[in-house]
Design a protein around this ligand. Structure first.
Ligand code: CA
Length: 396
């Protein structure tokens, strides 16, 4: 019997065929359809190969936890989007005092608030912690503080942007430079900010450890000196990972309706939004004014795009080594509530954990275990978010 989901998909395929004729060979899925569930097929290049993990809840009681920093063995810092920084030691969670007022915007969900947390690479010596959040003026800022005796000390804002952010992840380049992403708030419709180098919306920034502008940052057309902007034309980068062996910065980026991307971030690169996307606007219309060929010549196309066949909403980005599958990129899928792995060499996308909740952040610990940070689920209550350690169960 045809399920309601496949019936809906049938209707959509028909609608799209009228729109683009015979060019489109695969059907797109509607946002509420999850490939691999309820008879909805997985698109080509995506496989379900879940791994057998045992899980241990390290801490719970979170609402929309956003990122993790690992301090030491059993010590963590976790941000809560709605305005908290939580310190966890031996399973006990303590909300830290000393954060300024932070703000979110509520659309269909909450956006902004407290997002990326990251330790300075020399944290063991200097105890410096970095935090990206949206302040009382609705601007994304980066602050740093020293974390001593389980307290926030010497809190200072070191970078003030001129725009809101949907998602801000921090990744260190070396001991003195870091990157921070800033998602464009152009919802429900895209705004021109990401293409405008005078606006901080839709950018990846690169800053010195004290928040000042590196002298070797790009100088864009019409400007006489470098700014914080390293790359532009981003919609919403919520995952950053630097491959330190090869000095390559990778980013996961949210598309609108589909169009999620994995990008290689290059100095002064334009990543196309909102002039081009492999996804569609929320009303189903084509994004922007550029064809793919034009976008290819004027901007940098994604290393990987899942088009409209596999809507991920990727949060976080790590590269992990897992004995049975080797080295893969891993991130959470908010919309599918899964843990996703991607193999660069083969281009294969693998669902390695299904029905786990909205995974916001992922980290691999030195012993190989994975940490995942998961939103509260409506069915489990508003404070059912959790930090979980996953240990691969060796096959018999
Ligand atoms: Ca793009």
């Amino acid at each position: 019997m045809m399920s309601l989901a496949s019936l809906r998909r049938g209707v959509l395929c028909l609608g799209l065929t009228v729109l683009v004729g015979t060019v489109l060979t695969s059907c797109r899925t509607t946002p509420e359809e999850i490939p691999g569930r309820e008879g909805v097929p997985l698109p080509e290049g995506v496989e379900m190969a879940t791994l057998d993990f045992s899980s241990e809840v390290i801490a719970e009681g979170f609402s929309i936890p956003w990122s993790i920093a690992v301090l030491a063995g059993d010590e963590y810092l976790v941000t809560e989007r709605m305005g908290e920084l939580v310190y966890i030691k031996d399973g006990h969670a303590i909300e830290l005092d000393g954060l300024p007022e932070t703000r979110t915007i509520k659309s269909d969900r909450h956006y902004g608030g407290v997002m990326g947390v990251s330790l300075h690479p020399l944290f063991r010596d200097n105890r410096l912690v970095y935090l990206a959040y949206v302040d009382h003026d609705l601007h994304m800022v980066v602050a740093r503080f020293t974390f001593i005796d389980q307290s926030i000390r010497e809190f200072e804002v070191i970078f003030e942007s001129n725009a809101f952010s949907l998602g801000s992840r921090i990744e260190w380049e070396d001991d003195s430079h870091f990157f921070v992403s800033q998602g464009a708030a152009g919802f429900p419709l895209p705004d021109p900010g990401p293409q405008d180098v005078m606006s901080d919306a839709g950018k990846v920034h690169r800053l010195m450890e004290d928040g000042s502008i590196p002298t070797d940052n790009p100088v864009f057309e019409g400007q006489s000196e470098p700014s914080s902007i390293w790359s532009y034309g981003h919609r919403d980068v919520q995952g950053l990972f630097l491959d330190r062996d090869n000095d390559v910065l990778y980013a996961t980026e949210h598309g609108p309706l589909g169009g999620d991307e994995l990008n290689v971030i290059k100095k002064s690169g334009n990543y196309g939004w909102p002039r081009f996307s492999h996804g569609l606007n929320y009303d189903g219309s084509i994004v922007g004014d550029l064809s793919e060929a034009e976008a290819d010549s004027l901007s940098i196309l994604p290393l990987k795009s899942w088009g409209t066949t596999f809507n991920i909403a990727p949060s976080s980005l790590e590269r992990v080594s897992i004995p049975s599958i080797g080295t893969r990129f891993v991130w959470g899928s908010l919309v599918q509530q899964r843990l996703i792995a991607y193999e660069l060499e083969t281009g294969m996308t693998t669902i390695i954990l299904d029905d786990v909740g909205r995974v916001r952040d992922t980290k691999q610990l030195p012993d190989g275990d994975l940490l995942i940070l998961v939103d509260a689920r409506e069915s489990d209550g508003p404070n059912s978010g959790r930090l979980v350690k996953l240990t691969l169960v060796e096959s018999q």
